[in-house]
Design a protein. Sequence first.
Length: 414
Amino acid sequence: MRIAALALTDESRRFVKGFPARGARRLLTANLDICRLAALVAGTDRLDYIDERVSPLNPEAADLVLAHVTFGAEQSARELAARLGPTGPPVAFFGPSATAWNDQAPAWVHHRVHGDILNVWPQVRADAAAGALEPVYRAGREPVHAVGLPGLSSSPEMNAGHQSVSFCRGCACPPDLAPFCTEFLYYGDRVHRRPPEEVVGEVISLPGKQVSLLDEDVARFPDYYADVFARLWKYRRHWTVNAGTRIFDHPDLVRLLAKAGTKVVILNETFLSGRLAEAAGDPRLLRWLRHSVKSLQARRLLVGARVTTEVDPARPADYDAAARALRRTDLDFLLMRLLVRDAGGNRRLVPPAYRHTLSSSDPSWLRRQFYSLEAIAGRLARRPRRVGFYSTLVYLLPLSMAYRHQFFEGIPDY
């Protein structure tokens, strides 16, 4: 059976014929859910991966179309359903946004997967082969792991060398942001920790040196992560990891992460969200934020932070003071996303906007100030003393320019 797996995207990242792909190539990586599915399909069926960020969607020759719908890609999904219509191949929608529909899927959706498609793939495949797809497939809530198929995309505009791995499946987001977390939508509060031996086996099979750990918080199970990284120490990989504020309660874990090759730590929303505006008028809180960042940089780790900001167009805020406070924290990276409430009070993600006339009342002002050439140059000048020239040139400089590129094209950081 020939399967077309489509990675749909929002308007800000869609491919436009005659123009290069939008966004920084370093951050343009293959869809993770499709990579994992491709590993299951390999050997039994042909899977054609089509990413809307780098190519037009042409799935008409497929026997089955699987369309991954991420947040913000609903318009693309609607257009795909209208274009293929009743005469085209059957389309099954899956992914975080398709799961978030719950029992209120749009009328144009005839087949969909609720949850992780890996848990129901045998049934979906069998029904598709028989020409009898069900309207809804409800996947089990038990976390599963599948090693993604490497090199899935052959597009030169994508970062085909990107490597990622999961030690632990399950959501570790702050409760108010869990509805926008793929792990929470798929598995709820369930967690699966992989055996350390299995993790080591996967890591040593990776050809490249740089690896991103997908787990949301390495401080969630400090003993478990300490055990895994102690085993990985001798393989000399360079890691990018995510962590919550609990990381500051475990200095021994931080020391081990640094010795095991970690180069970048991205702090989740528990670090800055709800604190940044307050820090602008609270010197004591600002000192704590800066001291926390410096405690990680002292271990030769670059430090970033994620921020999710809710925007009320009726009550614009002044982000200039927050931008100055953010600069004082001396973070290396800022990853930002925006939320708005619709007429029904429901929150939804919106892409940031870049304008030449951007003012301090726009939350994107934070990104503009943080990724100005002056701010980047200042960090590049200061950082070698703390993290060394290698991390500064190989990680800080290219990642800073990549996020600056995303900002100017109005693309979300994550």
